[in-house]
Design a protein around this ligand. Structure first.
Ligand SMILES: Cc1cc2nc3c(=O)[nH]c(=O)nc-3n(C[C@H](O)[C@H](O)[C@H](O)COP(=O)(O)OP(=O)(O)OC[C@H]3O[C@@H](n4cnc5c(N)ncnc54)[C@H](O)[C@@H]3O)c2cc1C
Ligand code: SF4
Length: 553
């Protein structure tokens, strides 16, 4: 069969098999492409415009010199020769003393080598299971070939903040967990670390430039919430030329990226860099502005042509034990993490200084098994707690948090009591311990997860002078909070949206955790980008004078 190489408009090189089109054609990647040198690439043919005519040759535009050293192009499929190597992790003894990220980045050489392990699968599960449908095999191939600027252009075409996803996506549950190499026991391609490397290199080399819309549009969009969902939407809308204002009740932007997730997973200058980039692109950022207090949703609708709600979910699930609301020393996870992050950013927080939200010297018990619980445990270690214990009612295999984070927590000195559920909080005035019971996993419930049941007579006590509740989050009452009873929400309090991400109120859209419930950064980014697209459709229709028909059926 004759295979034709085509250079796509986005800089990618694909193999096209006669008779196959669309995704089938895209799926037919050849590892041999990565062996092509620059001269060969310069002669790659352009796609045929006229099916009958021969493709013409076009020279590839020379790229300006960049600071990065350009390694030789590597052949792909090197998993047979190279073992998986993750970036170096700082040793537990050192990292438990500070809030710096625990992984160092890849060197150019290591990133290229690890990217070259990829098999270039015909059906790439990494890509299919990425919430953003990131074109992973192609940017791995470009990285292995040393074509980093193109790798960045490709990776940032589907992701508004690849360096952030590279750091904090639970890749072991998404792309890396489903990588064919992982499934065939060769250990996955280190996709997240390569993604981080590509984008950090792009920042260092000045390839990330402010967004410049082709034309400015007069219509404006107000976004409530400056977390990953709101910021991703802001970037996309600004690129389209809309006038965008983001409102956030906090004093800094980034949502949980700034104030929830600790610095040892995501350093704050990495988040701030993205926010500064949006500001430099012409997005107006209004901090300390709470919708519901400083303006109602109706006010924003008056002011803007469309509004996006991306407020996240912040109501902590209650422990439901006597004393949880009254005993001193029983605190909520997010109060604790926000404080720790503010202190890390140099703010003075009285509750930290007086010790209420500070684990130093304390016996800490964290209740829960998700990302939030892991972050509290590891923050407490870094604050100098005398002991840190996690109580989780299921076993390790059934923890919702990333297994990689559990490993990191164990290395840093956290004790896990799996299959253990709290039954009572002990102490008078101030908490002194948690009475808990051992559990076993019974029949699966409607969601397919086995239900934990107490083992009779298995009670035990863990001493504690700080108990952190980390049982997850639910939406606040949004119609009340935003002052608009017309906003329809589901039984769980999430905002209902149509296929365009439009809510029950025309021109008001929603995205991120407030639509799906507590989820992941990558999903918030996906929603934000989708909402931007829905808003564009709506505003274009509105501008054409047929607003009513903009709603998706
Ligand atoms: C402790 C913790 C750790 C996590 N770790 C990870 C992780 O490692 N990886 C991962 O993928 N996900 C993680 N998550 C989940 C992830 O952070 C969220 O899914 C994601 O941030 C949701 O984005 P969002 O934009 O919808 O909301 P948020 O990030 O919550 O942002 C919402 C913003 O809206 C603002 N806001 C709310 N109400 C108003 C109002 N009325 N007026 C103005 N502004 C308002 C808030 O101040 C906030 O800035 C973690 C979550 C927590 C709590
Ligand atoms: S699944 Fe793994 S091996 Fe296959 S294309 Fe994706 S990263 Fe490469």
């Amino acid at each position: 069969m004759r295979i034709r190489l085509v250079r796509k408009g986005n800089g990618l090189t694909k193999a096209r098999l006669p008779g196959l089109r669309g995704t089938w054609a895209l799926a037919c990647r050849l590892p041999a492409l990565s062996r092509l040198d620059r001269t060969s690439l310069d002669t790659i043919k352009t796609p045929r415009r006229d099916p009958g005519s021969e493709p013409t040759r076009v020279p590839i535009r020379p790229r300006p010199d960049t600071k990065e050293t350009r390694p030789m192009a590597r052949p792909m499929l090197q998993f047979t020769r190279l073992d998986q190597k993750t970036p170096a992790k700082r040793d537990a003894e050192t990292r438990r003393r500070d809030f710096d990220e625990i992984y160092t980045g890849f060197s150019t050489e290591a990133a290229g080598d690890q990217a070259s392990r990829c098999e270039q699968c015909g059906i790439p599960f990494c890509h299919l299971h990425c919430p953003l449908a990131n074109n992973i095999p192609d940017w791995l191939m470009l990285t292995a070939a040393g074509r980093l600027e193109e790798a960045y252009a490709l990776s940032s075409s589907t992701n508004s903040m690849p360096e952030i996803c590279g750091r904090i996506c639970p890749q072991d549950r998404l792309c890396e967990g489903l990588c064919v190499l992982e499934q065939s026991r060769h250990r996955s391609v280190t996709i997240g670390a390569v993604e981080r490397y590509i984008t950090d290199t792009a920042w260092e080399n000045g390839w990330v430039t402010p967004l410049r819309p082709v034309r400015e549009l007069s219509q404006s969009v107000g976004i409530v919430g400056g977390g990953p969902g709101g910021l991703a939407a802001a970037g996309q809308l600004r690129k389209m030329g809309y006038q965008v204002t983001v409102y956030d009740r906090h004093d800094r932007f980034g949502g949980l990226l700034m104030y929830g997730i600790p610095g040892f997973k995501l350093e704050k200058d990495v988040v701030q860099r993205r926010i500064d980039h949006l500001a430099a692109s012409g997005v107006t950022l209004k901090a300390g502005f709470e919708v519901g207090r400083d303006a109602t949703l109706a006010d924003l609708r008056q002011k803007h042509d469309a509004v996006l709600i991306a407020t996240g979910v912040y109501k902590a699930r209650a422990l439901g034990l006597a004393g949880a609301e009254t005993l001193q020393g029983v605190i909520k996870a997010l109060d604790y993490l926000i404080t720790a992050n503010k202190v890390g950013l140099g703010d003075r927080v009285p509750a930290f200084e007086e010790g209420t939200l500070n684990a130093q010297g304390k016996k800490v018990v964290v209740i829960g098994g998700g990302d939030t619980a892991m972050d509290c445990l590891r923050t407490a270690i870094r604050q100098g707690a005398s002991s840190v214990t996690c109580l989780y009612r299921r076993d390790r295999a059934n923890m919702p948090g990333s297994q990689r984070e559990v490993d990191n927590a164990i290395d840093e000195g956290v004790t896990f009591e799996w299959l253990s559920a709290p039954e009572a909080l002990l102490g008078t005035g101030t908490v002194s311990g948690v009475q808990a019971s051992r559990m076993y996993l019974g029949m699966a419930d409607g969601s397919g997860r086995q239900t934990p049941k107490p083992l009779p007579g298995s009670g035990f006590t863990v001493e504690a002078d700080l108990v952190i509740e980390a049982l997850g989050f639910e939406p606040e009452n949004m119609p009340t909070t935003l002052g608009d009873p017309d906003l329809a929400v589901g039984r769980d309090g999430t905002i209902g949206v149509d296929a365009n991400k439009m809510s029950s109120i025309e021109g008001v859209f929603a995205a991120g955790d407030i639509v799906r419930g507590a989820s992941l950064v990558v999903w918030a980014i996906r929603d934000g980008r989708d909402a931007a697209e829905g808003i564009r459709r709506y505003l274009e229709t509105k501008a054409a004078g047929v607003a009513g028909s903009a709603r998706a059926s």
